[in-house]
Every structure is written in C-alpha cells, then in structure tokens.
Write a protein that binds this ligand. Sequence first.
Ligand SMILES: Nc1ncnc2c1ncn2[C@@H]1O[C@H](COP(=O)(O)OP(=O)(O)OP(=O)(O)O)[C@@H](O)[C@H]1O
Ligand SMILES: Nc1ccn([C@H]2C[C@H](O)[C@@H](COP(=O)(O)O)O2)c(=O)n1
Length: 224
Amino acid sequence: MSQPTPFRGVIAIDGPSGSGKSSVSRRLATELGLRCLDTGSMYRAATLAVLRSGVGLTDAATILKVVEGATLEFGTTPNDRYSLVDGDNVDVEIRGPEVTAAVSAVSGVPEVRAILISMQRDIIAKANGIVVEGRDIGEVVAPDADLKVYLTADPNERARRRSMQAGADLAATAADLTRRDNADAKTTRPHDAAPGAVVLDTTHLDLDQVITALHELIAHKGTE
Ligand SMILES: Nc1ncnc2c1ncn2[C@@H]1O[C@H](COP(=O)(O)OP(=O)(O)OP(=O)(O)O)[C@@H](O)[C@H]1O
Ligand SMILES: Nc1ccn([C@H]2C[C@H](O)[C@@H](COP(=O)(O)O)O2)c(=O)n1
C-alpha cells in the first residue's frame, strides 16, 4: 500500500499573546517532520540587542542602527530552536520581563520589521516545509501559505495558562497580555484573522485536541 505524500508546505499560525502558538507550532512541526520558526523570538532578540546597546526605546533611527549592526541567527529544528545575538545564546534572556516589556517598541519600528520579515522569508524559502508562528505571518510574511490558522482563546483563559506556566499572579499576567496585545495592534492585527485563515478558538480545547484539529485541517488540504 502506498504511503500518503508527506506535507512539505508552509503553515502560518498567528494569534494574540499566550494563545498557544509556540506550543502548538513546535509540536505540529515535530509530528510532521517540518522546520519551525518562532518570529516572536526574532523581535525579542532584536529588542535584546537594543537593550544591551544602552540606547533608549524612543528614537526609531537609533533602534534601527543597532538592529542593522547586530548579528541575529535563529535555529528552526522544532525541539532545538535557538536565538543568537552576536553569537551569544539568548533563549532565556529574551523571554524575561525586560525584553517582554520593551519588545512592542522595537517591533513597532517599520524598518526593523522590514529587516526581520526579509530574514523570515529567506528562512521559509530555504526550508523544505515549515510551521511559522507570529502576528502577521498569514497576512504579510507568507500570504500564500498552504494553511493559515488564527489561534485564539478567551483572554481569561490565556492569562490562566500563562500565569500557571510562569508561576505568576493571574491579574498581573492578564493585564500584561492585554497591554502587549494593544501595543502590538499598532503594527500588526493580533485581534484579527488573516484573510483565508481558519479560526481555531482553543478556550475549551486542550493541546492534544488542538493538534488533532490541525492534523485534520492538513489532511483536508491534501484532498482539496
Ligand atoms: N490548548 C491549550 N490548553 C491548555 N494549555 C495550553 C493550550 N495551548 C497552550 N497552552 C499553554 O499556554 C501557555 C502559553 O502558550 P504559548 O507559549 O505556546 O503561547 P504563545 O501564543 O506562543 O504566546 P506568546 O505570543 O506570548 O509567545 C503555555 O504554558 C502552554 O503550554
Ligand atoms: N510576527 C510577529 C511576531 C511577534 N511580534 C512582536 C509582538 C510581540 O509582542 C513580540 C513578541 O512575540 P511573542 O514571543 O510573544 O510571540 O514580538 C510581531 O510584531 N510580529
């Protein structure tokens, strides 16, 4: 009996903060044998370069200069993703509170976005199949993706999951998610699905159920 042809396309996963993009993308890519790109890490790494340089967060031209001068590298093996800034592994630091508080200011600089979007498109073009997660993948970075998914969940549920993960206060976490989504909405559309995206509300779904739903969507793509 012949085996089904493995999926080797581009899957775009967008959604607001804490909607499950990273967990879902990593697992889906692993199960499908695909690469996996976390574009949020790219904006975070650029932000860390800016913070390390000591320049302020208000002058777009200075921010751009720092990002242009930094060497940013990203690994796309699903369970071995990494981010390097000038050769330094920054996986832990870019998830910390300083970077999280500053990232929307850096990702809001259009010229910084242009640099990172160009890197993202290069990585996608070189991968033989990839899951890409972020805020603008289905609309801007890869509008021709084979499958576009908008992953969302009720804000209270997102805050509950994130506060459990981080061991942080629920109300403070909820406020931080809302603050970041609103700040990000100035440059991307975290509250809206890209044209052609399938909306998957995971409020009442566990991770296994989300992955099953995505496998079904991919199988359905294969029969279109
Ligand atoms: N369907 C789900 N059911 C229960 N927990 C989930 C589900 N999806 C994700 N989670 C948990 O929610 C937390 C946030 O998920 P994750 O980090 O993947 O979100 P994200 O969208 O990538 O967030 P951010 O945009 O802030 O990077 C994690 O602890 C993850 O394990
Ligand atoms: N495609 C993307 C991905 C991320 N960002 C910005 C907005 C987020 O606040 C920040 C960090 O992302 P996260 O790691 O939380 O997914 O990066 C963006 O503008 N576009």
